[in-house]
Design a protein around this ligand. Structure first.
Ligand SMILES: N[C@@H](CCC(=O)N[C@@H](CS)C(=O)NCC(=O)O)C(=O)O
Length: 208
């Protein structure tokens, strides 16, 4: 089995997931800046030209960070990062989607529509980028009272993939120099806990 990855937000999601579970896999770093996701060999693995990609021992390919995480959760159920019972699994799914759409989405789109790297990958629309920055702040302000029960993690008492998706948003917020708004004490305290978490801190350190 081999994980193709790079220092990108979605690769980070899988790498934090693996680190939290203590899973070691063979990795091949793809040089995204040098067009490593646009080679015929890479496109034969993922026609979307995106990372991460997991190649199984029998040659089958898995793409999409959450699908790859689900595969590892099935192989290594403990600690559960997707929820252990029906209600917890549904809660984790709910929160993961909320964080993906409302927190990671706006900051990710802001990056895609402003960073030079994406200039030849999509039509960058400055007005759209400009609209995503305040939306990120607005949605962060929505998250804050959601966490006013002082739960330690996004989906409750346990660290889950929803926190990992939030980490990807923090990562993009750092690299684009777009900090979350101040005055959101609950969401802010959660973000600080995530920054301090070994699985994330060690990967972020490699990115600077
Ligand atoms: N929905 C996919 C998104 C993957 C994705 O957007 N990957 C980006 C970086 S975060 C990528 O590899 N881009 C490479 C490129 O544009 O060349 C997932 O969750 O894995």
């Amino acid at each position: 089995m081999k994980l193709y990855d790079a220092m990108t937000p979605n690769s980070l999601r899988v790498n934090v997931f693996l680190a939290e579970k203590g899973i070691e896999v063979a990795r091949e770093k793809i040089d995204v800046m040098q067009g490593g996701t646009r080679t015929p060999a890479f496109l034969a693995k993922n026609s979307l030209g995106e990372l991460p990609v997991l190649e199984l021992d029998d040659g089958r390919i898995l793409t999409e960070s959450v699908a790859i995480c689900r595969y590892f959760e099935a192989l290594h159920p403990k600690p559960s990062l997707l929820g252990e019972d029906a209600v917890k699994a549904a809660m984790v799914e709910m929160w993961n989607r909320r964080i993906e759409f409302h927190i990671f989405g706006p900051i990710g789109d802001m990056g895609r529509h402003t960073l030079a790297f994406f200039a030849d990958r999509l039509e960058q629309i400055p007005a759209y980028a400009a609209s995503q920055k305040p939306l990120f702040a607005e949605n962060w302000a929505w998250l804050d009272p959601e966490m006013c029960d002082r739960r330690p993690f996004i989906a409750g008492e346990a660290f889950t993939i929803a926190d990992i998706t939030g980490m990807a948003a923090i990562f993009v917020s750092d690299i684009t120099g777009t900090p979350p708004p101040g005055g959101c004490d609950h969401a802010g305290a959660w973000a600080e806990r995530m920054r301090a978490r070994e699985s994330f801190a060690s990967l972020r350190q490699k990115a600077v």
